[in-house]
Design a binder for this molecule. Sequence first.
Ligand code: GUN
Length: 292
Amino acid sequence: MSPVLQRTPGGAILLDGLRLRDESLANIKATIANAGGPKICLTTVLIGDDPPSHVYVNSKHKKAQEVGMVSRGINLPATATQAQVEDVVAELVADDSVHGILVQLPLPKHIDTEAILRLLPAEKDVDGLTEKSMGRLVRGIKGHVPCTPLGVFRLLQRYEIGTKGKRVVVIGRSTLVGLPQMLLLVRRGVDATVTVAHSSTHDILEVCRESDIIIAAAGSARMVTAAHVKPGATVIDVGVTRINGKTVGDVDFDAVQAIAGAITPMPGGTGPMTIACLLENTLEAARMLNAI
Ligand code: GUN
């Protein structure tokens, strides 16, 4: 089944993340209902009062409940100590009724993030951010893939955008997006030729212009312009920058949509897919733990 194609004024296919998210959530909801409604629990750990983090976590809870999952939120004050955070996470790890654990990042500066993430077993690491999950991705072992790059991959699959032998540039090398995105796309069976560009890359314009797919995850507002895009290329925007209260992506959408063959809107592109993939991973966590 191919999705109903919507196009931009310039004729590019709109990669509709809201639509695909809703499709994906409906599938997850049906899977849980068909299994007799097992209690699948996603628990988030949020430390401090960073407003965007609260918004993200709230929307994760809302969607988890919509698909029939149990969602629990643990909020700790910004003054929480390393030991307190570790105790909370260790309790969730030991709790058989909890299937997925998400520690919202960034953590306050006095907290050692790696030491916290290291406590999570691969099965419950539904964010796919720990060294165990990353190692599994590198080694090709079943595990959870970070939600944002997985969401980008799901968009490419759903819109049947071929990757075999294609040139892809991922702009940004974060552990949250850029690096796992590269790993996902070079895997056997996906077979893209991937360049990871970053702030020290020479000739980024040329690198982008040679690419069949551009995935912009640099967090640099509207850095991908029409001049970066080969006619007909696919352009995916993962960037989020807040400017005067407005969310701005890494792609200059208005200019680029006139040249691209397919493009994500911002908002409504990769953001909604991150949540869909978190719930996909949580369902998979429940399967790994024999809860469904
Ligand atoms: N902060 C921003 N994005 C994310 C995410 O996908 N997962 C976590 N844990 N923290 C984030």
